[in-house]
Design a protein around this ligand. Sequence first.
Ligand code: PLP
Length: 367
Amino acid sequence: MTRECNLAGGINLGQGICDLPTPPEVLDEASKAVLADKSVYSKYEGIDELREALADKLHTHNKLDVDPDSDIVVTVGSTGAFASTIQGLFNPGDELMVFEPYYGYHLNTMRVGGVKPNFVTLEPPNWEFSAEKLEAALTPKTRGIVVNTPTNPSGKVFTREEMNTIAWFCQKHDLIAITDEIYEYILYDGREHISLASLPGMYERTVTISGFSKTFSITGWRIGYAVAPPELSEAIGLVNDLFYVCAATPLQHGVARGMARLDPSYYAEMAADYEKKRDMFCAALTEAGLTPYVPAGAYYVLADISPLGCDTAREGAMKILEEAGVASVPGSAFYQSEAGESLTRFCYAKDWDTLEAAAERLSRLGG
Ligand SMILES: Cc1ncc(COP(=O)(O)O)c(C=O)c1O
C-alpha cells in the first residue's frame, strides 16, 4: 500500500510508522553517548545501566520484581526479542496459540522457526474470546500462547479477567506465554496495563517483551528487551548474541539515561495525546460511513468497510486511497480467515496537521 500511496500522492495511515517527536532528553543522552565514543559492543544482554533502569521500571509499572543480571536481555527491538524467543525456546513442529487479528511479524517469525500457529479468533466489537475457544484451539503439540496487549491491529486491551483466564489455561496445560507489550503506555479511558507475568504462578512461564520504539517514538533505534526467569532468558540471550551480538551501544545509553531524566508525567501525556487523536479520527471515520471499532489502546483502528460494497479488503483499501487519498492496510493482512475482508486498519500515530488533513479527505469518500 505504501507504494500505491506514494503513486496516488496519498496520506499514509497504513504502515505503523510513528513519526512523532522523540523526547529531547532521550535525543540529548544518545548524542552524548555517541560523542563520548560509547562505540564498542556491549554485553550481549545489554549495558548494566539499562538493565537496572528496566528492573526499576518493571517493578513500578509492570509489578514485576526481576533480577537485572539474570532476567533481562536487551534486544534489537521487541521484534528481536520475539525472534530470539522463538528460536531459543521452540523447535520446528511446535505449535503456539495466536489470537487473530494478529500482528504479522509474530506469525512470520514463527513460520521461519517452523512453529505452527493455532488461531483463536477475537470477536468484535470488543474482541472477546472464551476459555472454551482456547481449549478448542489446543493440540497435543501446543507449547505456548502469544498475547499482545494493547493489541495491534484491534486496539484491544486484555482485561484482568481475560488475563486470569489465560493464566489459568497456561498453568493447566503447562504452556509458555509470550507477551508483546510494546504499547504498554498507550491505553485510553483510564484503563490499566496488566503484565501477564505479574499474575500468580505466571512469572516462571512467561517471556515479557517490550521496547522503546513506540514509547519514545524511536522505531529506527531498535531498542527492545525480553524479561524471563533464567531458565528461559539464558536461551533467549544466546540467540540474541548469535543473531545480533548486541543492541546499538550508544542508543542503549541514550534510552537508559533518557528514562532517568524524563518527567514521569511524560507517559500519561503521551497517552492523553493519542486519546485525543483516537477520538478525532474515529469521529471522522464514523462521519465517512466507515464504522470504527474504537480502540482501547495502541494507535491503530480497524474500521468496517462493508458499506463501500467491495468484495475484498484490498479493493476497499484501494477505493479509500483512490477516492479520499488516504492509505490503510487491508484487514486481510491480520487474518487467515475471511473475517478480515470487511476491515481496514488506519494508524493515527501522526502529527495533528497530517491527521486533520486525512480526516478532511475521508469526508470525500463516496462523494
Ligand atoms: C505488536 C507489535 N510488536 C512489535 C512491534 C515492533 O516493535 P519494535 O520496533 O520494538 O521491533 C510492532 C510495530 O508495529 C507491533 O505493532
